[in-house]
Design a protein around this ligand. Sequence first.
Ligand code: UDP
Length: 239
Amino acid sequence: MHLDQLIYEGKAKDVYQTNDEEVLRMVYKNQATALNGKRKEEILGKGLLNHQISDIIFSYLMANGIKTHFIENVSKTEQLVKRVEMIPIEVVLRNTIAGSFARKFDQVEGTKLTVPVIEYYYKNDALDDPGINESQIFALNFATKIEMDEIKKQVLQINQLLYKLFKDINIDLIDFKLEFGRYHGELILADEFSPDNARLWDSKTHKSLDKDIFRKKQGSIIPVYQDVLNRLKNRNEAI
Ligand code: UDP
């Protein structure tokens, strides 16, 4: 039984306040959503898989000098994280054309971009997370110039690290979404990294190993997420 107070109920995670003012408990849920939450389904085992995948990714990033909100795991679907002041921006990085970018510019999915593209979206479900640019971010005081420069630097660095990590396990990192928070005057990586918020394509077959399976109703995501987890675990064991 959880006595902690629920302070945020998200689509894929719930967040509880703990006795320690500076520490939150994040619980990964089995819910999958598409169309910004308009389509919802309970998928048994998803929370467990995303927690484990995100854990391996965050540990790898931390081992490579990236600061994150992660403190420790408390169960298979729960972790303790630092309480941060979230920046209300979803930061998307794209290596290869897919999804909304392909639709918006009428481009062929799967085309590698000559340089990574960074995009920002304002986190607001009621508005369907509209795209936002830096000048709008500054004018609305969502983040400062110094913070956005730091975010860009970190996202590019994270991309380099993750691109390499996934390449090792025969996965092409197509695109992904990150969120950052302020912690004692520093910007740190928060939220999660899982196949729910990244496009991961098998390097050989180019098949999706991510939430596109759910978005496009191509079957169960569980075996696919499990495959990503197994590859990450095997890599960890091999090194
Ligand atoms: N993404 C996300 N949350 C969102 C929107 C996008 O995690 O609310 C991720 C998505 O999984 C993909 C990347 O950001 O890895 C780029 O998504 P895109 O803009 O192509 O949108 P989509 O085609 O998913 O609507």
